[in-house]
Design a protein around this ligand. Structure first.
Ligand code: N9Y
Ligand code: NI
Length: 184
């Protein structure tokens, strides 16, 4: 199982690499890796397991964070309405997005960044994502709210982008112009 020892931290070069597409249909090895990423996310959200293994809670994980420079992400999150969204995708791609922006009113953190970095992170309010599932099917999904933010945070990791790259250093807490605030 993946634990915090497997999660690389800011400063590790892999976090700034462009991750490579994986072959489709997915190879057994890649399916194992993606399944273990989803297992981490679920374990980290189970208070007993998280406590037992010292896991920091996460709602998403990208393969570069476990030092695998491949385009794979896992997301397991309850949205603002309490609806569960669970996706383990190969080669995810944002194929379209709204002009409107949104942001987490609490700012963002990252399992690969040990310190808190305050500031609003502008994201697209609504996105359409294409990807390949664990059973090799292509999916196309629309996301908004917290789910859209998580997808963008994870896909950023595949392009070597960290959440704080988006923060306006001059004025980190400047409200995002016409941005839709998303409570966590
Ligand atoms: O790349 C993936 N990561 O770095 C794990 C991150 C991904 C999220 C950060 C913002 C959007 C995606 C993660 O899940 N966290 N970041 C650090 C510790 C807390 C945790 C978190 O934000 N939890 C959360 C947020 C909203 C509602 C409920 N829980
Ligand atoms: Ni992250």
């Amino acid at each position: 199982m993946i634990t915090m020892e497997d999660i690389i931290r800011d400063g590790h070069p892999t976090l700034r690499e462009i991750a490579k597409e994986v072959p489709t249909p997915p190879l057994e090895e890649d399916k194992q890796i993606l399944a273990s990423m989803m297992e981490y996310i679920k374990n980290s959200q189970d208070p007993e397991i998280a406590k037992k293994y010292g896991l920091r809670s996460g709602i998403g994980l990208a393969a570069p964070q476990i030092n695998v420079a491949k385009r794979m992400i896992a997301i397991h999150v309850h949205d603002e309405k309490g609806v569960l969204h669970s996706y383990a995708l190969f080669n995810p791609k944002i194929v379209s997005h709204s002009v409107e922006k949104s942001y987490l009113t609490s700012g963002e953190g990252c399992l690969s960044v040990d310190e808190a970095i305050p500031g609003y992170v502008p994201r697209y309010a609504r996105i359409t994502v294409k990807g390949i599932t664990l059973d090799g099917n292509e999916v196309k999904l629309r996301a908004k709210g917290l789910l859209a933010i998580v997808f963008q945070h994870e896909i950023d990791h595949l392009n070597g982008v960290m959440f704080y790259d988006h923060i306006d250093q001059q004025n980190p807490l400047k409200p995002i112009e016409n941005g839709l605030p998303i409570e966590r």
